[in-house]
Design a protein around this ligand. Structure first.
Ligand SMILES: Nc1ncnc2c1ncn2[C@@H]1O[C@H](COP(=O)(O)OP(=O)(O)OP(=O)(O)O)[C@@H](O)[C@H]1O
Length: 279
């Protein structure tokens, strides 16, 4: 199968001469995958995303999206990618929430009824129907995130890229966002790429994880593979998920348990290995 996105040994130099290198393993995303990029502050996650979006041009290395070079085919590629930036204030441009979400459908010349239906449906799926007439500037941080995400998915793009989508979301909103993202992936086949520092949510939203550290992609694997290697996570300045930490401690105490990637697995392993299942 051909990868939708391929990045090979990228090097970027910002105008102030800051050099960012993302070498090591290749970064590859296949259709329908949910990919999470992890790495400490300043590792280059946003830089990588900006290259995939065609906002930056590499000085070295290659970036290929849907068979094109994003920096050269910016307009074609951007129609196929929905994006949620880390700083949503730079992304929200409409005078009212409704206008902001309707921005791209209006540009694409959909008629009023179609736009109404698209905006109302996406607002409902994000629980923001009540704020469609509000001025975005006065929204809370979490509400702004949801509005920006609504704008990113209103056209049902092939690929959705999100930089720190869970920042400033309350626990309930985070659970809802995870379930919406998984719905978009399963039902609409949208390929999803996410950066996050919220490590505990990663198993819920990742088929594959890339870890960037010290200028290199040092690991690529499933959540199970990546989270089983605590040493590697610490080396990359990442805090392993709480379940990984707990089960590693249990296994050091001689309890023979696999590392679970979510609460359901943890419960299953505990019941199987430590406790006798209660009928
Ligand atoms: N516009 C810019 N001009 C100069 N340097 C920049 C610019 N944007 C990013 N950098 C630098 O590039 C490096 C990588 O930054 P980037 O934002 O890609 O990291 P990140 O992994 O997304 O970090 P974080 O987890 O903190 O969001 C950092 O050293 C940063 O200071």
């Amino acid at each position: 199968m051909e990868a939708l996105i391929k990045v090979h040994c990228l090097k970027h130099i910002y105008p102030d001469k800051t050099e960012v290198s993302i070498c090591g393993l290749n970064f590859e995303v296949f259709r329908g995958e949910r990919v999470v990029i992890l790495g400490p502050n300043g590792a280059g996650k946003t830089t990588l995303i900006s290259h995939i979006l065609g906002l930056l041009t590499p000085v070295n290395g290659t970036v290929e999206v849907l068979g094109m070079q994003p920096s050269k085919s910016f307009n074609t590629i951007r129609k196929k990618i929905g994006v949620l930036f880390q700083n949503v204030d730079e992304q929200i441009i409409g005078p009212r929430v409704y206008d902001d979400i309707a921005f791209t459908p209006r540009n694409e010349k959909y008629n009023k009824e179609e736009i109404d239906e698209m905006v109302i449906n996406v607002a409902k799926s994000l629980g923001i129907s009540e704020i469609l007439q509000k001025i975005p500037h006065y929204l809370s941080g979490g509400q702004k995130k949801k509005v920006a995400l609504a704008g990113a998915i209103v056209m049902m793009p092939e690929i959705l890229i999100m930089d720190e989508p869970f920042d400033s979301l309350d626990p309930k909103s985070k659970v809802e966002m995870v379930s919406l993202l998984n719905h978009l992936n399963k039902v609409h086949g949208i390929t999803i790429i996410t950066t996050t520092h919220d490590i505990n949510v990663v198993p819920e939203i990742a088929d594959k994880i890339y870890v960037i550290n010290d200028g290199n992609i040092v690991v690529a694997g499933t959540p199970k593979e990546v989270f089983s290697d605590m040493e590697l996570l610490y080396k990359a300045s990442l805090e392993p998920p709480i379940l990984t930490q707990l089960f590693t401690r249990l296994s050091k105490k001689g309890i023979n348990v696999e590392i679970p990637i979510n609460m359901e697995e943890a419960e299953e392993y505990l019941l199987k290995e430590i406790l006798q299942p209660v009928d």
